[in-house]
Design a protein around this ligand. Sequence first.
Ligand code: ATP
Ligand code: MG
Length: 596
Amino acid sequence: MSTPALRMSTLFLRTLREDPADAELPSHRLLVRAGYIRRVAPGIYTWLPLGLRVLRNVEAIVREEMDAIGAQELSFPALLPKEPFEATGRWTEYGDNIFRLKDRKGAEYLLGPTHEEMFTLTVKDLYGSYKDLPLSIYQIQLKYRDEARPRAGLLRGREFVMKDSYSFDVDDAGLQASYDAHRAAYVKIFDRLGFDYVIVKATSGAMGGSASEEFLATAENGEDTYVRCTSCDYAANVEAVKVPVPQPIAYDGLPAARAEDTPGTPTIATLVDHLNVAFPRQNKADLPWQAGDTLKNVIVMVVHPDGRREPLAIGLPGDREIDEKRLGAQVEPAEIEAFDEADFAKNPALAKGYMGPGVLGERAESRIRYLLDPRVVDGTVWVTGADAPDRHVIGLVAGRDFTADGTIEAAEVRNGDECPSCGQVLETARGIEMGHIFQLGRKYAESLGLKVLDHNGKLVTVIMGSYGVGVSRAVAAVAEGCHDEFGLVWPREIAPADVHVVATGKAEEVFAKADELTVALAAQGIQVICDDRRKVSPGVKFKDAELIGVPTIVIVGKGLEAGTIEIKDRATGDRREVPVGQIVEAVVAEVRGAAL
Ligand code: ATP
Ligand code: MG
């Protein structure tokens, strides 16, 4: 089977010498500079011929592995009616994150951000018996989300390509089997895509459901932070980390709390300094006051999808910050906004910078919901705000002097924290979420009425699993992991071509030979880009070849008089001269060998 070669003289491509102004990450810069993608609007990109080839290669890998586990491909429209999304509550829940539109009659539509509703309804439409199940179906399709922060080119687009699949089973054991099959397929997909990744425990977010794992490409520039244990195999997205809860401590006999003047101490740092000067610790065995001895109370505004605004106060040890993503995952689908001056003005009981548990909580004066970091167990002793400017309480005991409305996992997770699984030390790292698999459970089947008759003739609600791969994101994630100072360095399986033939010099024989080689390689099914441009200098051609990043570069030029052609490995930089007579064979071996 032969694939027509791409010729640089006619290829719809312009490489750029300058970095695009809006690109911060190497993958974004290089994909634009090497002519793979072109920005149309924030988070919206055109796929140029080379980019489209890479995208298609990623799709092919995903498709093969999904087909291999018996999943069947279909395709839903991107333009969807509002009604199913109203039935599941997501028309409202999605808030500003979806693109909404109206038809000429005023009927409301949306551009699908994800397709749970369509998958569920279509199965309901066509199936009715346990004999029809298990079923796994998938699509590779465009999704639309009006992301608050479109970022880094393809990594966070507003239009992007996702593979989404769903499994349908009659019982929990069936779901587990479908989940396991998908997990195994994902391992194959991400191994073939050629980047380093980790599988971490995840939260299931707005989708509900239980067991959930993410596949993260390890990347310094990733938006996701995960932890892994330095001792056991525990790994989790920080959003999903559950802090090990200490045992409560007996507080009999502890001295009573006392309020003290602490002028000019609205921050933890100023408070700690002041405590060490004005109230040095008596007991020689005690360390000086530290941030971790203080209970910091932070207040935020939770904005619900229906627009309702609800203040939320969080009490946490003063040496930790709130992690916005962890907090966000806890309140989803609501969003977090700052509690601003106007909000403080409306709540005169709150002394900004000196807030304590005294005024917080649903039963307290403010009626503001108050949640504690799980470390603040009964019997722990704190310095915290006394609810009056320039005053703090020393020796406030949790459980004795204050209680809250519950706990929340919102404090940052740090390097060195305790592993919730084995108690050893956690370390943090960053990654890009490439895939997410989770046991969705019965949420959508229930709200949309997807039931089948079981083997006793009884109607049962179907149990579902949901599995996504960021296909267009994968193009950027691979680029992010596979480049050097000169350009992209594609893994062979997703490269836009196998071989980049560069004809250098002015001699007619060079161009004739490069063309002959290109045709011969193409005849063997090898994908070739041939740089046959006549008036372009060798330097520019080499630079372009490096920038474009095809794995094997073949240089037809100077060596020809001596009867040789050079093969260069883009990744390692290794070069070797091969006699002209053996070049086709040598290149084919290189391509096929590496593909093994
Ligand atoms: P994120 O937390 O990065 O926003 P998500 O949890 O919203 O992702 P899912 O709804 O689980 O993502 O979508 C499945 C996959 O689609 C993700 O694992 C990711 O690879 C990809 N994806 C999600 N949002 C985008 C986007 N805006 N641009 C490109 N790919 C995306
Ligand atoms: Mg998202």
